[in-house]
Design a protein around this ligand. Structure first.
Ligand SMILES: [Fe+2]
Length: 130
């Protein structure tokens, strides 16, 4: 199976340097699932991704709390969805094939996270600029 690319794009930039860097790093970590890989490396990638997602969401939520973002509770719930899904994947990965893991990571990053940045993060970015 040819793996799709997982790549951050400038179209995802929110204009907040630290957050943009963190988003980029999530894509970079996930990109490790593309191409040559083995079970050990896949598990290591999932571990790194799980750890960094926690750091990133925590920082983002702290930033939003700091500016008094009115939709923070709803935004946190979206993060919870992702945290839960990733934790479940990490827990189940031992019984999955590499292609299945890679596909799930692709869905999480290329689809869920991309969508989240484009829609929900954009919303707070507008608020940040005010
Ligand atoms: Fe977010």
């Amino acid at each position: 199976m040819t793996s799709p690319t997982i790549e951050w794009s400038p179209a995802l930039a929110l204009g907040h340097a630290a957050i943009d860097r963190q988003h980029q790093k999530l894509f970079d970590l996930a990109a490790d699932m593309v191409g040559d890989r083995d079970q050990v490396r896949a598990m290591r990638t999932l571990a790194a991704l799980s750890e960094y997602v926690i750091v990133h969401f925590r920082d983002e939520e702290k930033l939003l709390a700091g500016i008094g973002y009115p939709n923070l509770a709803a935004h946190k719930r979206l993060h919870d969805t992702f945290r839960t899904r990733l934790a479940k994947l990490y827990g189940n990965a031992g019984g999955m094939t590499l292609d299945q893991i890679a596909e799930e990571v692709r869905l999480l990053i290329n689809e869920w996270l991309t969508q989240h940045i484009m829609v929900s993060d954009r919303e707070y970015a507008k608020y940040l600029q005010k």
